[in-house]
Design a protein. Structure first.
Length: 346
């Protein structure tokens, strides 16, 4: 669901910055969004971060830290359960929501356990990716019995994420020169979901990745991570992998493929990956803010003019999502669908 994963080995690298790289280019930007939406400095900082990195961290976000810590605690308690208990809510091809362990696929280079749930329950998505198939299916969450407070903690936290997502969406719209509410209508029946990632310590970190290099296919991703770190972002200016230093209680934001298309490449969805840790376990909670299944994604008319043509053909987000989901359960004979398949060749 997070996109096509192309695992690669992690080679040792010299962590000393190149003399030609400025200090501000050694880490993704940090933006304080506690001020009002009309704050021109905040909007300018977000615009620069989206153009230069595709990533930024936010502080002053207003999310209840108590609710965040409750879901983190409940998640750790869930992942500590015996495998037979966690497998009672194991996901499958019919229902992609619930628990998953990379051990199920014997994929030594995919070193993690996850738990997925949607914001709207049920969430409506196309039954298949086939253009002629108009059938709609319902994705329903499956919750474990233990810990007993897991579901409540997750649902309460998710509402905080929804509020933050719409706030960020407004700021990004303003940074593109659009009205604050220009993008909000695409999320009436949004297909957003939460993924709780648990990465055990790994005895051979040089051979495994928590998540291989990929781009996110939705609109926005809002990531909470603990103090262990491990996320790396591919720096646009030179292609170097840059570790993202955890900031206590901050959120890491990245724009996804949908915003890249809407903005006609003004903002780019950037590759990222997760390194495992040889001695420490890691917990992260990404919130994937996705449009409604019936939304047709294309460059926004307001951002086009006589000198700038659309760079992408229109595509249906729900069909795109359904096609990408296939790779979670089977090895595809061809490359999974990507937005570059919709690029208009000049």
């Amino acid at each position: 669901m997070m996109g096509d994963v192309n695992p690669d080995f992690i080679q040792p690298s010299d962590e000393r910055p190149s003399p030609s790289i400025s200090l501000e280019d050694q880490q993704i930007p940090v933006v304080d969004i506690s001020s009002s939406l009309s704050n021109e400095l905040t909007i300018r900082e977000i615009k620069e971060a989206c153009q230069k990195w595709g990533f930024f961290q936010v502080i002053g976000h207003g999310v209840s830290l108590e609710k965040r810590h409750k879901v983190e605690l409940a998640a750790r308690q869930f992942f500590a359960l015996p495998p037979e208990e966690k497998n009672k809510v194991c996901r499958d091809e019919c229902n992609p929501l619930g628990y998953y362990d990379s051990e199920h696929t014997k994929n030594v280079r995919d070193w993690k356990q996850i738990f997925d749930f949607t914001v709207l329950d049920p969430t409506l998505v196309p039954a298949s990716h086939l253009p002629q198939d108009e059938e709609i299916t319902e994705l329903r969450n499956q919750w474990p019995l233990y810990p007993s407070h897991f579901r409540v903690a997750c649902e309460e936290y998710t509402q905080e994420m929804v509020e933050l997502s719409f706030k960020l969406l407004e700021l990004i719209a303003l940074s593109l020169g659009l009205s604050a509410d220009r993008l909000s209508g695409y999320f009436k029946d949004h297909a957003s979901f939460v993924r709780i990632n648990y990465y055990p310590s790994c005895p051979f970190p040089h051979l495994a990745l928590g998540v291989g290099r990929h781009k996110d296919s939705g609109a926005l991703t809002i990531l909470a991570q603990d103090d262990v770190g491990g996320l790396e972002v591919k720096r646009k200016m030179d292609g170097e992998w840059i570790p993202v230093k955890p900031i206590p209680d901050a959120y890491i934001i990245n724009v996804g493929d949908v915003i890249q298309v809407w903005s006609n490449d003004r903002y780019e969805s950037v590759e990222h990956r997760v390194k495992v840790n040889p001695v420490k376990e890691r917990l992260s909670i990404p919130f994937f803010f996705n449009p409604s299944y019936y939304v047709m994604v294309k460059p926004l008319d307001e951002l086009l003019d006589k000198e700038e043509n659309a760079k992408y053909k229109e595509y249906n987000y729900g069909k795109f999502y359904s096609r990408r989901r296939l790779s979670d359960f089977k090895k595809l004979s061809a490359e999974n669908i990507q937005i570059h398949h919709f690029r208009i060749l000049e």
